[in-house]
Design a binder for this molecule. Structure first.
Ligand SMILES: NC(=O)c1ccc[n+]([C@@H]2O[C@H](COP(=O)([O-])OP(=O)(O)OC[C@H]3O[C@@H](n4cnc5c(N)ncnc54)[C@H](OP(=O)(O)O)[C@@H]3O)[C@@H](O)[C@H]2O)c1
Length: 430
């Protein structure tokens, strides 16, 4: 007699009731559905979540900042903090901080230097408040172990948000001691990408990373630093501290600067320090987008002609003045950039260090005048050019983007605006 539980290898039951057979089929399909759900969940974790994080972090600007001795050291090995910067450099660093939403340091820096990381200058505090921002920027500490002393000035000073980024397996007792003084974010793995993702979610548009060496290395290794402000002292470590500490923290990759592929290096003096500004990934911030939009709006004021594009331009000087113009505003051959530059010149404004926003890439050659807008930008020593759309080779060949970048100007082309400019100029659908 055949056992009615006996099953043939090809999966058909002998003597089993029809209902049991149906239940087996349903179980089979349930298992398939469960497997599909698991696959979808894994895909979400592996593909979609990192993509969202990448998209949010892509819009965040990360500025690394450090002061080093002439031979690249960030400190010596003594218990006291080595003074590398002078007053002028500090003033600039505080100015840069005040333009950011958050400042981040590693636990090593907190333990060694106990920095307060607040904005003390009343003018800077007022300026932030007038712009609708809290007077203090968000302070962020990174500590894998979680072992930070709650009496550190990081916790006790300043009125702004304080965030400690730590690992899931951090020292729970240590974290508990400051858990009421700061928000604690636990990550399974601390990486620059994970940190940036969480800070972007918390509303950070501009992050300043002030060290120390291990933290900077993490940001450089993951290519997560968009800019590096590096103040270099005229003194070597030995000259500055009287010591020859080979254990002293050194700026990672100091001898490889500027990083390969990194664009611009601007250099200026801040007292005795030489300040190098490396633009690793040119990016637009919220203010850039606002002024680029304004430039595009201005281009709509221009009367279209058969011989020129309708372009709008805004110049923001280093001192905060704004000059605007659009094509043919005051002269039949004037480009938008020229119109804005003429107004700036008439008011006696200094355009060195300015940012120029134009709806279309500035011209590099032109038939109507001997000097191109690209040349004017270089002559006036403007530092940044933000434009919406590359100039089509309709009236003349345009090489400004390459010329400006080669000359050390930071060129930013934010995504998502070219179509508007093309429409304004009747260039769509061709
Ligand atoms: N000259 C300058 O501009 C400047 C600026 C800042 C600092 N400094 C100097 O730099 C020195 C400190 O630098 P440093 O390299 O020793 O320390 P650091 O970079 O400030 O901090 C290192 C600490 O951060 C945490 N950390 C970093 N990456 C991590 C990761 N991937 N996962 C988990 N935890 C991570 C760890 O904290 P836990 O130990 O808690 O796990 C690690 O010990 C000091 O001497 C300071 O004076 C100089």
């Amino acid at each position: 007699m055949v056992d009615d539980r006996e099953r043939l290898s090809y999966g058909v039951y002998y003597g089993e009731s029809f209902s049991v057979y149906i239940i087996d089929i349903l179980s089979f399909f349930s298992a398939i559905i469960a497997i599909i759900i698991v696959i979808i969940a894994i895909s979400v974790i592996i593909i979609i979540i990192p993509t969202i994080t990448t998209l949010t972090t892509r819009s965040m600007i990360t500025i690394a900042s450090a002061a080093v001795t002439r031979d690249g050291y960030m400190d010596d090995c003594s218990s006291a903090r080595l003074v590398i910067s002078g007053d002028e450099d500090w003033r600039e660093v505080h100015e840069l901080r005040a333009g950011c939403d958050a400042i981040l340091v590693g636990a090593g820096t907190l333990r060694k230097d106990d920095p307060a990381l607040v904005i003390r200058d009343e003018n800077l505090r007022r300026r932030r408040e007038a712009a609708g921002q809290p007077a203090d920027i968000i302070k962020v500490a990174v500590s894998g172990s979680g072992r930070l002393d709650p009496s550190l000035r990081f916790f006790t000073e300043g009125t702004g948000r304080k965030i400690v980024i730590t690992r899931h397996d951090a020292d729970a007792a240590a974290v508990e001691k400051y858990s009421r003084l700061a928000e604690v974010i636990r990550l399974p793995r601390i990486t620059a990408g994970n940190i940036a993702g969480r800070l972007a979610e918390a509303g950070t548009g501009k992050l300043m990373v002030e060290g120390g060496a291990e933290i900077l290395k993490m940001f450089f290794d993951e290519d997560m630093a968009d800019r590096l402000r590096l103040a270099v002292s005229p003194l070597t470590l030995e000259e500055a501290s009287g010591r020859r500490d080979i254990c002293a923290p050194r700026l990672p990759y100091f001898e490889h600067l500027p990083f390969e592929g990194s664009a611009t290096r601007r250099t200026h003096r801040a007292g005795a320090m030489t300040v190098n500004d490396y633009i690793i990934h040119p990016k637009a911030d919220a203010r850039d987008i606002e002024l680029l939009r304004r430039a595009i709006d201005l281009s709509r004021l221009c009367t279209p002609t058969a011989t020129a594009y309708c372009v709008g331009c805004v110049i923001a000087t280093a001192r905060g003045s704004i000059f605007e113009g659009y094509t043919h505003e005051s002269g039949p051959h004037n480009h938008a950039e020229e119109e804005a530059i003429l107004k700036a010149e008439a008011s006696g404004a200094d355009l060195s260090g300015a940012t120029i926003y134009t709806s279309m890439e500035p011209c590099s050659t032109r038939r109507s005048k001997p000097v191109s807008c690209c040349e004017l930008i270089l002559r006036h020593k403007m530092e940044r050019v933000v434009y919406a759309m590359a100039e089509p080779d309709k009236f003349a060949r345009c090489d400004s983007d390459a010329i400006l970048r080669k000359a050390g100007v930071e060129v930013v082309v934010p995504e998502g605006f070219a179509r508007q400019v093309a429409e304004i100029n009747g260039l769509t659908g061709r």
